[in-house]
Design a protein around this ligand. Structure first.
Ligand code: CA
Length: 136
């Protein structure tokens, strides 16, 4: 029980701590649920040093590793990965931000995954992320 509480305390801290340079209103877009460090689902396969992206929730059906730091528009990735990502694990060296292209608004940041964390998208963000920005 204490371990579980500690995990959720860490999650809460991650969710309320804005990345450097982020505006306060960026919290609006945080919709990554179950952000945490619990790997008991026995999925989440991910090489050390990378951020990893999966087709299904809970780290199932690995799709892609970001090759390094920087902005990746998943629409122009080969193969296309936009509208596919359902979970992310970050074993890289920088914060991973997730972005969606919204008509009339442009790029909108929808959340982030700190180094050492992973999370799944449920609801309208599952299969609806269009870019990631690896901030290192
Ligand atoms: Ca998917």
């Amino acid at each position: 029980m204490l371990a579980k509480l500690a995990m959720w305390a860490a999650v809460a801290a991650a969710l309320v701590t804005a990345p450097a340079g982020a505006a306060a209103d960026d919290h609006n877009g945080v919709e990554l649920e179950k952000l945490g460090t619990d790997l008991s689902a026995a999925a989440w396969e991910c090489a050390a040093g990378y951020s990893c992206y999966y087709d299904r929730t809970e780290g199932r059906d690995w799709l892609w590793n970001a090759p390094g730091c920087g902005w990746y528009n998943l629409e122009v990735n080969v193969p296309r990965l936009d509208n596919r990502i359902s979970s992310i694990r970050n074993r890289g060296s920088g914060l991973v931000e997730v972005w969606r292209w919204e008509n009339g608004r442009g790029w909108v940041k929808k959340g982030w995954v700190p180094v050492g964390y992973q999370g799944s998208f449920y609801g309208d963000l599952e299969n609806d992320i269009d870019a990631v920005d690896v901030r290192c």
